[in-house]
Write a protein that binds this ligand. Structure first.
Ligand code: AP5
Ligand code: MG
Length: 190
């Protein structure tokens, strides 16, 4: 299985590049942010709890996320591979993902770390905020999402460096150019 962790700050292009990867390689996609937004829309208990964190730009507690991920992963049993978008975001989540995949006879193939400058991230998210309807696409919440990313999520790169799975991708430029770089990186690992 080709299991890709797509990683990067809010607005770095995880969702955008995932769409390309799905089309090109026929992979399945799990975006924990999308799953949480669906739970909120459906008015579930998980959605109710999650919205309090999301609206403040904070991370939803690991136990809730790991349980949710396990359920979604079981639905992807026959996939050629899975793109993990927005997950893992903490060391305990990365450890849990490794365990879940190992139990299913597979592992993370590569972690693609998209690097984009802060000004560009804020610009992209504010632009998207004009049309997205996302409760966290406003300047105040964007700032706290970026802070949370730097403090709690960015250090996770070391976990994948140690696993020998980490690939840096410059995430500036056109969507096509970035996707070309991703394809080259994947050729090297396949
Ligand atoms: P999540 O939904 O994962 O949001 P995020 O990480 O903040 O990232 P975004 O989805 O905003 O950005 P993206 O990197 O996907 O970029 P995109 O492609 O959309 O998480 C939301 C919240 O849910 C979290 O804050 C947390 O509360 C909670 N959560 C989720 N997962 C969790 C977890 N595992 N643990 C705990 N809590 C969790 O691009 C952004 C914009 O830029 C778009 O408009 C796009 O069109 C544009 N764009 C993309 N590429 C380019 C380019 N090359 N040039 C110009 N514009 C571009
Ligand atoms: Mg996204």
């Amino acid at each position: 299985m080709l299991n890709i962790v797509i990683f990067g700050a809010p607005g770095s292009g995880k969702g955008t590049q995932s769409e390309r990867l799905i089309k090109e390689f026929g992979l399945d996609h799990i975006s924990t942010g999308d799953v949480l937004r669906k739970e909120i829309k459906e008015g579930s208990e998980l959605g109710r709890v999650a919205s309090e964190y999301i609206n403040k730009g904070q991370l939803v507690p690991d136990e809730l996320i790991v349980d949710m991920l396990a359920k979604v992963l079981d639905e992807k049993e026959n996939a050629k591979g899975v793109i993990f978008d927005g997950f893992p975001r903490t060391i305990p989540q990365a450890v849990a993902l490794k365990k879940m995949l190992n139990e299913r006879g597979t592992d993370v193939s590569v972690m693609l770390n998209l690097h984009v400058e802060e000004d560009e991230l804020i610009h992209r998210l504010l632009e998207r905020g004009k049309v997205s309807g996302r409760s966290d696409d406003n300047l105040e919440t964007i700032k706290s999402r970026l802070e949370v990313y730097h403090k709690q999520t960015a250090p996770l790169a070391d976990f994948y460096i140690q696993e020998g799975k980490h690939v840096s991708i410059v995430g500036n430029g056109t969507i096509d150019d970035i996707f070309d770089k991703i394809k080259k990186a994947l050729e090297d690992i396949k």
